[in-house]
Design a protein around this ligand. Structure first.
Ligand SMILES: [Zn+2]
Ligand SMILES: [Zn+2]
Length: 156
């Protein structure tokens, strides 16, 4: 078993979150490492962050971790199903902890802000398409584009 020497950041729920994250890694068969826990901490606070933003946010807690290491951690966590990866057009890949709930995304075409949109019907696929005969639709990945509330307010 790996021992994690770092104490979780102060703040309400930090310890519970750390325990939950360790559990998420172990149930997916992944070793618990400081780098993986640091990435999960960032994504708990900043859903839909990209690798650069995660790396910047980790800098104070884990200054020795390179951007390439962050990419490696993200790839391993995504591969194991701990993270969902989604990539809006013309944007870097974003990552989040909310997996397997078939939710969609609304992306602000001006500032790039990403917000979650709950599955419209509550189960996958939430849209039924006139798919080719014999094609079994399992999932609908929908991106809604528009202006976020802040950008829409400056429009007026
Ligand atoms: Zn915006
Ligand atoms: Zn999301």
């Amino acid at each position: 078993m790996d021992l994690v020497a770092t104490a979780p950041a102060a703040g309400s729920g930090a310890l519970e979150r750390r325990v939950a994250h360790e559990g998420m890694l172990r149930t997916r068969g992944l070793r618990v490492t400081r780098g993986r826990l640091a990435v999960l901490d960032v994504l708990a606070a900043q859903p839909h962050a990209d690798a650069d933003a995660i790396h910047r946010a980790m800098a104070s807690a884990e200054p020795s971790i390179s951007l390439q290491s962050v990419h490696n951690v993200l790839a391993a966590l995504h591969e194991a199903g701990v993270l969902r990866r989604f990539q809006p057009a013309r944007s870097a890949a974003r990552y989040e902890l909310r997996v397997d709930d078939n939710h969609h995304h609304a992306v602000c075409s001006r500032c790039g802000r990403v917000e979650d949109v709950d599955c419209v019907t509550g189960e996958a696929p939430c849209l039924h398409a006139p798919a080719p005969a014999g094609f079994a639709v399992m999932q609908a990945e929908v991106t809604f584009w528009g202006l976020c509330a802040a950008c829409a307010a400056t429009e007026r």
